[in-house]
Write a protein that binds this ligand. Sequence first.
Ligand SMILES: C[S@@+](CC[C@H](N)C(=O)[O-])C[C@H]1O[C@@H](n2cnc3c(N)ncnc32)[C@H](O)[C@@H]1O
Length: 228
Amino acid sequence: MTDYWKCFWLDHAKKSREADLQIQVLRTLNKQPIQPDVFASIVESVITLLAPNPDHTLLDLCCGNGIITRELAPKFSAVTAVDLSEEFTSQLSVYINNITAFSADARTVDFPAQSFDRILCYSGVQYFSESETINLFMKLRHWIRKGGLVVLGDIPDTGRRWNFFNSPEREGAYFAALQRQEPIVGNWYEPGWLEKLSLHAGFKSAKLHLQPRALPFQHYRFDLVLST
Ligand SMILES: C[S@@+](CC[C@H](N)C(=O)[O-])C[C@H]1O[C@@H](n2cnc3c(N)ncnc32)[C@H](O)[C@@H]1O
């Protein structure tokens, strides 16, 4: 992530203080918040990938306002939730008391080795540059317990970029924004690149998951599950 994204999110969190929770984390379709049943499908798909057990601990990195975290918390013994924005994390602890939420930059935050059984980063990796992502994977490998899983969800897929910028107007907006160094969406990743990086970072395997058809962004995003 460049400081562009840090400024973007801190500013957006402040500006969207009174907005719908989905708008706060920019989970929108045609600029409208996604519908509750669609959101329920997203949560269900995340739970399936995480395969939680009530004894497990979870780290939710880039948790936003915790709209997903709070759905996951009852399925875990303890949840640590981290986001850049204090505006966001301060909304979280009020929901469920097994959540410890605090604001920190995921690029610099640190935890002891083998702290978590599960780690989730949903719609977060796109805000990291390639070198920051490499660094992140090394840290994820350090923080995850033996036998644990890391779920990187909703990653924009380089190979399906034009499914998103799918008209001359949208292509134009894409290039103009890149030219200003204010990219729309963030960084796009090739699944194979992340799979190779996972092995380089010491994970045993990296499994690509195409998202279920019911998910609103499945035409240009994918999930990746790393195992130890
Ligand atoms: C699209 S929102 C997703 C929030 C949440 N994971 C969800 O899916 O509802 C992206 C979040 O990533 C956070 N973020 C971006 N870069 C970050 C960083 N370097 N460290 C911590 N949080 C970051 C933003 O503040 C924002 O809340």
